[in-house]
Design a protein around this ligand. Sequence first.
Ligand code: PLP
Length: 482
Amino acid sequence: MPQHLYEKSQPGRVAVRFPKVDSEQARAGIPDKHLRQSAPDLPELGELELVRHYVNLSQKNMSIDTNFYPLGSCTMKYNPKINDALAALPGFAALHPAQPVEQMQGLLRLMHEMERFLKEISGLDAVTLQPAAGAHGELTGLMITRQYFIHKGEEDRKIVLVPDSAHGTNPASAALCGFKCKEVPSNDQGLVDRDALKALLAEHKVALLMITNPNTLGLFEENIVEIGRMVHDAGGLLYMDGANMNALLGKALPGKCGVDIMHFNLHKTFSGPHGGGGPGSGPVAVAGHLEGFLPVPRIVESDGQFALEWNHPRSVGKVRSWLGNLIIVIRAYCYIRAYGGEGLKCVAENAVLNANYLMQALKQAYLLTYDRPCAHEFVLSGKWQNACGVHTMDIAKRLIDFGFHPPTVYFPLIVPEAIMIEPTETESKQELDSFIAAMLKIAGEAKETPELVKNAPHTTPVRRLNEVKAAKEPVLTCPICM
Ligand SMILES: *Cc1c(COP(=O)(O)O)cnc(C)c1O
């Protein structure tokens, strides 16, 4: 383990020299009780020691800038650095959110165009950029649903149907919005069981079916049009969780498949970085009959001038302060403009090609529960390895020794010992081949030297952490100063 900053500290050593201040003047007006009685206990270090310490620390984590990161579903996909530079342009970054609209015309134009791009990509009629995450987009979509049925005089529609393969945020958002959830089982092909759906629709007053397509098994719900019709015939609406749109871009329009409402995750599909949990952006697109319920303000254009329109009496109101997480919207806008329509189609083709390439190579060594062509991701199971006492968590940890970030594990819940892999469209064949080689090697080790896998990782500064404790009781201050 490297030495801690406090252990390296040498009295009198400094990294930066500040200009001398007149201490009388500096403390003027500050009440005595707020003045420090003694100097703070800080480590004293030279500039290079400090730089090296932080650079070394930054490299103890895996990131997509250092390692292949095939996480699955919540994957941070392609993150071009130029988007960071563009979002940091002073015209965007230095804009105050309360500035008058006359001074924000460029930003409003970008947002208006972004709404248009998302309408085109979704095949839907209207978009809001306000929600700040995927789950927040879901909540907004559910609020729109509730408002829609209140206006139709059908507020007794209280049931939201959620397939058993869905992301956990779907039922959580529905519950938060006051709906009751019922689970729709998957059939033996990993798709929505239509007989079960039919029975649920007959039995309950359903407001919404929240479907994910491709679903979290990475499978395209090929009966989506029929499913939409079934829900509509029963008086309900169809919601699509579009957090991961890579496989559909330019290939399939949710709006043409019967979807009434969907959300996007700009921080997954459209290049927004989301390491460490944020910031995100979860725009919502709706079909024409729901436009009036979208959050306000809406961005409107007239004669090349953009304005914010608040007068929408049926709107669900405002769901986020100011206009949303615009630094992510700007990145996503740059990503879409850089690729263009044809480029986005290539994204979809390569995302699907890469995932199927990996899946075909790995299914000889790992159980593939639903063996059919996948979309942008697929789900293996560590079940075969269980016979040797090796579990999915061990395989994931062992991958770290080979220099790969582990895939998403133990999700979706309907695959026991799940290993969910999303290679993304931007990885080279060589990188995919190295990953395949590592996964096959680990499958061999599981049989021959299972202890090696069960005790992994062997190459990291720390071994297996208590992840729950790390999240629930984080130690955010230096242990030596406490
Ligand atoms: C990531 C994800 C979400 C939630 O998005 P957040 O931005 O994390 O709230 C919802 N559904 C699916 C399928 C996802 O992958």
